[in-house]
Write a protein that binds this ligand. Sequence first.
Ligand SMILES: [Fe+2]
Length: 238
Amino acid sequence: MRPAEQIYSNYTTDDFKVWELLYTRQINFIEDKVAFEFLESLETVGFTSDRIPNFKEVNNTLSKYTGWQIITVPKLAPADVFFNHLSEKRFTATCWLRTLDQIDYLEEPDMFHDVFAHTPLLSNKEYTDFFQKIGQRALQVIHEPKKLTMLQRLYWFTIEFGLIRSSEETKIYGAGIISSKGEAEYSLSNEPTKLNYDVAKIMNHSFRTDIIQDTYYVIDSFEQLSKSFDQIDNHLFN
Ligand SMILES: [Fe+2]
């Protein structure tokens, strides 16, 4: 059974080792590949290699910046629950870590993905404006599968697998890339197709969760994301 809430004293010495190993390895690897906004936000939330983040402390910090909170769930929440939380500025995160012998292979996201890769940017105003609106619109169309799929695609190609242009260079900001060594390198290489952020294209672009992406969408800024909601609404409701 996965834990349903974070009881900090339950983390073992091995858990701390796993966090340290993953954190050190990944930060060294992505430092020159990730958006500066992510590095800034990592400092804001105060994550370090030697300490598994304590959700209470993280939430205290987030509440000062954006009012977002992370709440714990034992496993991936169903869509309606997940989007309901997003619409109320809550991100659902797991609080368990993979074991040392599973360090490179995971069947479902653990807290390294949810916390290291997703949580820092919850302190960024423009990013979270966009994120919250995805949740709000998804709730509005929760019984309309086609429209819900359009929003899930938007989520996928931004929050999970988005790239961003940052002083002439393309960088990563999607959590699915940030927590994966292989994809961080591949997504910035010449192999995959990189398209400019385009709401209409993304909403029509189906994706698979079981293979590495062949196409990524590149935004100019988080402001571009938050401002694109007029267009998103047009596609959803007109
Ligand atoms: Fe994720």
